[in-house]
Every structure is written in structure tokens, then in C-alpha cells.
Design a protein around this ligand. Structure first.
Ligand code: AMP
Ligand code: AMP
Length: 322
């Protein structure tokens, strides 16, 4: 197979993906909405920018797509295209109940799930299905507020609200090298929920704010070294459990465990992203962790392209694409 052009949708982590692809010697293609095409055309590492409405998969047989958050959130899916990673895993990522089963199977700590507003006995967070960068989440502390939050909603999950330190761990699982790598950590910077703490509680009480979690950006992070082996084991367990959730291959490539760490250092997984996360955009030139694993700057985008390159060399492209 000739898969020498790496393509993705022009948003989310497109710049990093195509920058890394170019570093590894691939041709690159961005598929863009008209409003952003000119912006993406200014980057020399993007060979071509095609408008979404003009794009036909059949004209581009040798493309290999790298899916990111926009593919999940906007449901962009093309059965004819070749994807890096396992589509089945991307599909189950969109279903929060299946995610919850997967995490339980992996033996990692998860927040308590409430099945009806009647059971609510502590603060909860109500989440809609599908990745939307925290948009549409509601915190609620009682039955009435939960009833309001879920009314008219079809697909949602009610999770216990965990108070602790949010830590997002970015992993890459390589089939070619048969190893799990911790690529970096980040935390999110979220609109009103990160803004509300900047004003005094007395003022907060006079305002009718129901904080949302809409993500605006990401902040870099390193964690206590003693947490690293724990994150490493969690990642391995999640990979092992994924073979049952999306057989036979399970999860490979980039993924992220989104956690909240409790004061007793228990790591609670609030969500998994089974693809590249935008927090990896922090590390276009590598992270403090990739510096220890590789002798060269290694972004997540470049790591993906490196895997594809090694697969081509070993004639294993079929094993890493779906
Ligand atoms: P955009 O890049 O704004 O087109 O976003 C595409 C999708 O990815 C949307 O659902 C966003 O909410 C989500 N997204 C974008 N950036 C981030 C981020 N830094 N963290 C989490 N989700 C994100
Ligand atoms: P997620 O899209 O699940 O990664 O969550 C987005 C944001 O919502 C996180 O960065 C947290 O600020 C918040 N959040 C999600 N779930 C929980 C939870 N169970 N407890 C506390 N905060 C949460």
C-alpha cells in the first residue's frame, strides 16, 4: 500500500499532526472549512489545503487519515478512508456508558455513576455524550437541579463530582515497538469554572452562575515522579481491557486518561479519549517525558508519523490502520 500522504481535518491538533508528518518525510493534506483555509495555507509543512466540500476520498487513494477531536465531535466519518488507529475504539469513545464499563474492566478507579436523579446524595456532574471539549456539562448538588439538567437530554451520564487535582495523561501505545509510552501531561483551562475562583465567594453568591467546563486551552504539567509508574500501569491495564471492548486489536496509538487526583493520591479516571488530544499541542517540540524516551524532539504528531513510517518499512500498515 502507498500511504505517503497524511491527512486530517483542519482544526483541533491538525497543525501538530501535519508538522510531525512532514518531519518524518510524508506529504501532508489538510481538509478545511472555507473560513479557516487561508490560515492553514500559511504553513510550509502543509502541502495542500482542500476545502471540505471539494474533497472526495476516491480521488485520494493513498491518504492515511489521523483522526482527532473534530472527527468524534462532528461525527465526520468516511468508510472508504484509511484511518490510523482502531475505528471501533473511536466509536465506543462516544458512548460514556461503554467507557465506564471499559474503565471498570481495566480495574482503574472511576467516579460513582448515578442512574436516576432520585439517587443523588452528593454533588454530581451531568455530561452529554460525544466529545465537545467540556461544553454542555452541568454541576448539580441535588435531585431538582439534576432533573433540570437532564430534561430534554437523550444521552448523558451522571457522575459523582470529584474534588481534586485534574491531571490529563497523554499516552502512545506502539504496536510496532510493542511498548507503552507516556508522552506528556496537561491540565485544561476552562471558562467559567476556572474564572469563578478569581472572584470572592461573597460576590459569587450574588451571581447566578452555573459554571460550564468549555475548554479554552491547556496548561503544561509534570507530575510527582512517584505517580509515573502508577499512570504507566493504568495505561497498560486500559490497553489490555480494550482487547475485550473492541476485539481483536483494541486500542493503539495516541490516547489520554483524564483523571482527578484525590488528596490521598488515588487517581480517578473521569474520561478516556481514544485518539490524540489537543493538550498534546503543548509539546510541538517534545515534552519533558519524550526527551527521556527519544534522542530528538518528539511531538505526538511526529510519534504517530514515526509509527506509520516504521509500519511501512515492516509491511505492517494493515495492522495499524482500519
Ligand atoms: P475545534 O478545534 O475548535 O474545531 O474543536 C474540535 C473539537 O475538539 C470540539 O468538539 C472542541 O470542543 C474539541 N476541542 C478543541 N480543542 C480542545 C482542547 N484543547 N481540549 C479538549 N477538547 C478540545
Ligand atoms: P471531560 O470532558 O470528561 O474530560 O471533562 C471536562 C472537565 O470537566 C474536566 O477537565 C473537569 O474540570 C470537569 N470534570 C469532568 N468530570 C468530572 C468529575 N467527575 N468530577 C469533577 N470534575 C469533572
Amino acid at each position: 500500500m502507498k500511504a505517503h500522504t497524511i491527512a486530517t481535518i483542519a482544526s483541533h491538533s491538525c497543525l501538530q499532526i501535519l508538522h510531525g508528518a512532514k518531519q518524518e518525510g510524508f506529504s501532508t493534506l489538510a481538509i478545511a472549512q472555507p473560513a479557516v483555509a487561508a490560515f492553514y495555507r500559511q504553513f510550509s509543512f502543509i502541502d495542500r489545503v482542500i476545502l471540505l466540500k471539494e474533497f472526495r476520498t476516491e480521488d485520494h487513494r493513498s491518504l492515511l487519515f489521523v483522526p482527532h477531536g473534530s472527527f468524534v465531535a462532528y461525527g465526520i466519518e468516511d468508510r472508504q478512508a484509511k484511518y490510523f488507529g482502531n475505528r471501533k475504539v473511536l466509536e465506543i469513545e462516544a458512548d460514556r456508558n461503554v467507557q465506564d464499563q471499559w474503565m471498570r474492566k481495566a480495574g482503574v478507579d472511576v467516579p460513582r455513576i448515578f442512574h436516576s436523579s432520585e439517587e443523588i446524595n452528593r454533588p454530581v456532574i451531568v455530561k452529554q455524550f460525544g466529545a465537545r471539549g467540556g461544553q454542555g456539562y452541568t454541576v448539580a448538588a441535588n435531585k431538582e437541579a439534576v432533573r433540570r439538567a437532564v430534561s430534554g437530554q437523550k444521552k448523558y451520564i451522571i457522575q459523582e463530582y470529584i474534588v481534586g487535582t485534574p491531571v490529563y495523561c497523554q499516552y502512545f501505545y506502539s504496536i510496532i515497538r510493542n511498548r507503552l509510552e507516556i508522552i506528556g501531561f496537561d491540565r485544561r483551562y476552562e471558562t467559567d469554572v476556572d474564572g469563578i475562583g478569581r472572584i470572592p465567594a461573597s460576590l459569587q453568591q450574588t451571581m447566578d452562575i452555573n459554571p460550564t467546563f468549555t475548554v479554552i486551552g491547556n496548561l503544561p504539567l509534570v507530575v510527582r515522579e512517584s505517580l509515573l509508574p502508577k499512570f504507566y500501569d493504568m495505561g497498560k491495564n486500559v490497553i489490555a481491557a480494550s482487547k475485550d471492548m473492541a476485539p481483536p486489536g483494541g486500542l493503539w496509538g495516541p490516547f489520554c486518561l483524564e483523571t482527578i487526583i484525590m488528596p490521598d493520591q488515588r487517581i480517578v479516571v473521569i474520561e478516556i479519549s481514544a485518539r490524540i488530544v489537543a493538550g498534546t499541542n503543548l509539546y510541538t517540540n517534545g515534552s519533558p517525558y519524550t526527551d527521556l524516551l527519544f534522542d530528538e524532539p518528539m511531538s505526538m504528531g511526529r510519534r504517530i508519523a514515526r509509527e506509520i513510517k516504521e509500519a511501512i518499512k515492516k509491511k505492517m500498515v494493515e495492522q495499524i490502520t482500519t
